[in-house]
Write a protein that binds this ligand. Structure first.
Ligand code: BTX
Length: 324
């Protein structure tokens, strides 16, 4: 409402100083009872307001809200995120992105939700996506590349997200092939790349990213508490999701254009510099069986190369990795 906007403006002009109830009611032109009601509403939205007798009110902390506006303001990209579909609650941003891609939306369109009720991981696993804390986003791109090179885009996305986290926070995340970003051995980001393609033509690639930003440990269900982490848990403070999204989109855009002009080589080098799974003994569980050995690198397709005890080199395209 207009009053709410006026109230927030008054607080922002006060710049952290206290505003008396009297002053507020004069500025926004309504009774002190009405002011009080609006302040209670802000509290419900997640604003932390301090009230001190004689001094009045001040805002201690704003909620970390995301909306199209918050993402759009300050976005420095040419293409990524120029069209934003934001929803408070969805089943899965991947599903919405798929139907938008079918409708022919422009490349770079993103779908962002505050909460997913049916967030998906790979192989129809669930991705826990509570409200108010994470980045649940799907990006639609339409690269003119062979279908079999699309897994490289998962690796590219992982690099973009690691770079963005490093730019904004003191953290140094690692990448676990192919799609997990880890901090201190726990998963902070998951990436799901899905394709709309036919014969050898890619119609669109939909890259879903789930990023745990402001969850506390107790916000995760028990079965995830030992394997999942968030940027808040690792840094001790909360982070603005909209700013993180902007930084990721900018990093992604620049790596994507490098990828389109120079191919996977330069991306591969960057990816390897963040990888924890390389030169380690690991077990890869694939749909066809289990491979154990030392990860010696990734090839130009983005496949993981594992050298087994028998000195055989196995190429792994899709698997769950357990480091030994
Ligand atoms: P994945 O199959 O590699 O990982 C899924 C596994 O990760 C789950 O089985 C569970 O053990 C664990 N897990 C579930 N939720 C979380 C979480 N919040 N944090 C850490 N670990 C978790 C990874 O799949 C790909 C995830 C992509 C999610 C994005 S969100 C936006 C888009 N929409 C959508 O439905 N999926 C993608």
């Amino acid at each position: 409402t207009g009053l709410r906007t006026k109230l927030l403006k008054a607080f922002s002009t006060a710049d952290g100083e206290f505003l008396s109830g009297q002053k507020i009611s004069e500025t926004i032109g309504c009774s002190r009872t009405a002011v009080w009601k609006h302040i209670e509403e802000l509290r419900k939205e997640g604003y932390e307001l301090e009230a001190v007798r004689r001094l009045g009110y001040r805002i201690k902390k704003k909620p970390d809200k995301i909306s199209s506006n918050e993402i759009h303001l300050g976005l420095k990209t040419q293409m990524m995120g120029r069209t934003i579909h934001f929803e408070e609650t969805v089943t899965s941003t991947q599903k919405i992105a798929q139907s938008l891609a079918n409708d022919g939306v422009q490349e770079g369109t993103i779908v962002v939700a505050d909460q997913q009720t049916n967030g998906r991981g790979r192989m129809s696993r669930a991705w826990y996506s509570p409200s108010g804390t994470g980045i649940w986003m799907s990006m639609i791109i339409r690269p003119n590349i062979p279908v079999n090179t699309t897994p490289q885009l998962t690796l590219l996305t992982a690099v973009a997200i690691v770079q963005a986290i490093e730019e904004l926070t003191p953290l140094k995340p690692d990448i676990k092939w192919p799609n997990d970003i880890m901090i201190n051995g726990k998963k902070v980001v998951g990436i799901l790349t899905e394709l709309q393609a036919e014969a050898d033509q890619v119609h669109s690639v939909i890259i879903g990213t789930g990023i745990n930003v402001n969850q506390k440990i107790e916000d995760f269900p028990e079965d995830l508490q030992n394997i999942a982490t968030s940027i808040l848990i690792e840094t001790g403070t909360s982070w603005e999701r909209a700013q993180l999204i902007q930084t990721i989109l900018l990093r992604f855009e620049s790596l994507y254009s490098l990828f389109l002009s120079k191919g996977f080589k330069p991306i591969k080098l960057l990816w390897e510099s963040y990888a924890i799974s390389l030169n380690k003994v690991l077990i890869a569980r694939t749909l066809k069986g289990t491979v154990e050995g030392i990860a010696i690198g990734i090839d130009d397709d983005g496949a993981l190369l594992i050298e087994t005890c028998e000195k055989k080199i196995e190429k792994i395209y899709s698997a769950d990795i357990e480091l030994k």
